[in-house]
Write a protein that binds this ligand. Structure first.
Ligand SMILES: Cc1cc2nc3c(=O)[nH]c(=O)nc-3n(C[C@H](O)[C@H](O)[C@H](O)COP(=O)(O)OP(=O)(O)OC[C@H]3O[C@@H](n4cnc5c(N)ncnc54)[C@H](O)[C@@H]3O)c2cc1C
Length: 416
C-alpha cells in the first residue's frame, strides 16, 4: 500500500498547481487522474488573461498560446460595443498543451502521477490517521493524510467527504469551426434567445479563419434545457453567423460551469474544507465552484486557489496539525470571495434582463467616456470594480431601478 502526505485527485490546472506547491513545500505528493491523457477532452474556450498565464508560472508560453487578442466586441440585439485592450491582456490558448505543461511542472517539483485511475472510494482509516482511496476496480489502495479534490465540476471527492459546495451548473456547448473572425477580437453575443442567462462567444484562433464558437445557458431562466438547440439556432440564424460561419471542423464539446450559490451566507462556513482527527480534505477549482460568475472563467481562480491549497496541505502534514487546513477556506475567500459574491449579483441581474435592457447597456457603454473608463479599469479577472462604476451612470441606475422588484424576486429562485 502506497502512502503519501498529499494525494491530489484530478490533473486539471487546479490539481497540477496544487500538487506542485505541495511537493515544493516538501510533502510527498501524488496526482491521480482518471483519463489516459492530460487535458483531453478539452472542455474550455481557452480564453485567459495575461495574469492567468503569469499565475501558471509556465515558461514556454508560445507552446500553448493560440492567439493574442486585441479586445472584445459585445453584441446585443441592436448594438455593438467594441472594447480595445490597451495592452495585450487576453489570449486564446490550447488547454491540452497548457494542462500538460502544468503537470510536467508538478512532476519536476517532485510530485508523482498515476493516469487512467478513477478514484471511486474515500474512507477514513481505522486509526484515523490516513484517508484511503481506491481507484476503479484496482485492488490497490492509496493512503494520504490530506486529499485535495481537484476533480472538476462534478466532484466525487466533495460528495464522498460529505462536503456540499452550494452551486448550480450552467450547461455549455462549443464547436471549433471555420469562421471569418473580426481581426483578433473575441466576440460576445448576448440575448435571451441566443443564450438565456449567459452568453455565446466566438474566440478566434491562431490559424486563419478558425474560431471556437460556443454558448452557455442557465436552465433556471431558459424555456429549453438543451444548450445544443440554442447553438444550432445561433449558428444557423444569427445575422453575424449567417455571414461569417463557414461550417464546423471538429466535433462539439459539451461541459458544465459551476456557479456558486448563496456564497454570502456561507462566508463563514467551511464548505471547501473537511478536517478530521489526523487528516483532512480540501476542494479546489471547479470542485469548489471557484469560478467567475460573470464570464464562467475558472482557470485563473483555480490556479490561484490551487497554490493556496497545496501550500496549506503540505504545512498541515509536515507540522502534523490538521487545524491548519482551515486556513485554506479563509485564504481563498480573502483573495476571490468578494469578487465571486459580486459576480453572483451581476449574474442574477443578467438572468432577468430583457434584450432591450442589454441594448441600453451596450449603447451606454459605447459612449466615449465609458469606453475610456473600461480601458482604464476593465479587468478580466477582477470585474467588480468596473461593474460598480457602471452603476454610477444615470441611465444604468434607471435600468437597475426598473428591474429591482424582479431582481429581488429572482434572489429566491436563483439562490444567490
Ligand atoms: C465550454 C466551456 C468553456 C470554458 N471556457 C473557459 C475559458 O475560456 N476560460 C477559463 O478560464 N475557463 C473556462 N472554462 C472553465 C474551465 O474550463 C474550468 O474552470 C477549469 O478547467 C477548472 O479546472 P480544474 O482543474 O478545477 O478542473 P478540470 O479542468 O475539470 O480538471 C478536473 C480533472 O479531474 C479528473 N477527474 C475527475 N474525476 C476524477 C476521479 N474520480 N478520479 C481521478 N480523476 C478525476 C478529470 O479527468 C480532470 O482531468 C470553460 C468551461 C467550459 C465547460
Amino acid at each position: 500500500m502506497q502512502k503519501y502526505d498529499v494525494i491530489v485527485v484530478g490533473a486539471g490546472p487546479s490539481g497540477c498547481i496544487a500538487a506542485k506547491y505541495a511537493a515544493k513545500a516538501g510533502a510527498s505528493t501524488l496526482i491521480v487522474e482518471k483519463d489516459a491523457e492530460i487535458g483531453v477532452p478539452v472542455q474550455c474556450a481557452g480564453l485567459i488573461s495575461k495574469r492567468a498565464i503569469e499565475e501558471s508560472e509556465l515558461k514556454d508560453v508560445k507552446a500553448f498560446i493560440n492567439k493574442e487578442l486585441k479586445g472584445a466586441i459585445v453584441r446585443s440585439h441592436s448594438y455593438e460595443l467594441k472594447i480595445q485592450s490597451p495592452d495585450k491582456t487576453a489570449f486564446a490558448i490550447r488547454r491540452d498543451v497548457f494542462d500538460r505543461a502544468l503537470a510536467e511542472d508538478a512532476l519536476k517539483a517532485g510530485a508523482e502521477i498515476i493516469m487512467s485511475s478513477r478514484i471511486k472510494k474515500l474512507n477514513r482509516g481505522v486509526g484515523g490517521e490516513e484517508l484511503t482511496l481506491a481507484a476503479g476496480d484496482s485492488k490497490e489502495e492509496l493512503k494520504a493524510t490530506v486529499v485535495i479534490g481537484a476533480d472538476g465540476v462534478r466532484s466525487k471527492i466533495a460528495k464522498m467527504a460529505g462536503l456540499s459546495v452550494a452551486r448550480h451548473l450552467l450547461s455549455c456547448v462549443q464547436v471549433e469551426c471555420e469562421y471569418e473572425a473580426v481581426d483578433a477580437f473575441a466576440e460576445i453575443f448576448i440575448g435571451r434567445n441566443i443564450a438565456p442567462g449567459f452568453f455565446a462567444w466566438a474566440i478566434p484562433l491562431g490559424a486563419e479563419e478558425v474560431a471556437r464558437i460556443g454558448l452557455c445557458i442557465d436552465k433556471r431562466c431558459s424555456r429549453h434545457p438543451n444548450p445544443l438547440r440554442f447553438l444550432k439556432a445561433f449558428l444557423a440564424e444569427h445575422p453575424e453567423m449567417a455571414e461569417r460561419y463557414k461550417g464546423t471542423r471538429t466535433g462539439f464539446t459539451a461541459g458544465a460551469i459551476p456557479i456558486a450559490t448563496g456564497l454570502h451566507r456561507r462566508m463563514h462556513g467551511l464548505s471547501t474544507v473537511r478536517v478530521f482527527k489526523g487528516n483532512g480534505v480540501l476542494l479546489v477549482g471547479d470542485a469548489a465552484a471557484q469560478v467567475k460568475p460573470i464570464t464562467g472563467g475558472g482557470v485563473y481562480y483555480g490556479l490561484k486557489c490551487g497554490k493556496i491549497a497545496g501550500k496549506i496541505a503540505a504545512e498541515a502534514c509536515l507540522s502534523n496539525d490538521m487545524g491548519v487546513l482551515r486556513d485554506y477556506e479563509t485564504g481563498w475567500r480573502k483573495e476571490i470571495g468578494a469578487e465571486i459574491a459580486f459576480g453572483l449579483k451581476v449574474h442574477r441581474l443578467r438572468c432577468i434582463l430583457k434584450d432591450s435592457d442589454f441594448d441600453t447597456i451596450c449603447r451606454v457603454l459605447s459612449q466615449e467616456q465609458m469606453l475610456q473608463q473600461i480601458a482604464k479599469q476593465g479587468d478580466m479577472d477582477y470585474q467588480a470594480c468596473i461593474f460598480r462604476n457602471f452603476l454610477k451612470n444615470h441611465e444604468l441606475i434607471k435600468l437597475a431601478a426598473r428591474n429591482i422588484i424582479r431582481y429581488l424576486y429572482a434572489k429566491r429562485r436563483l439562490g444567490n
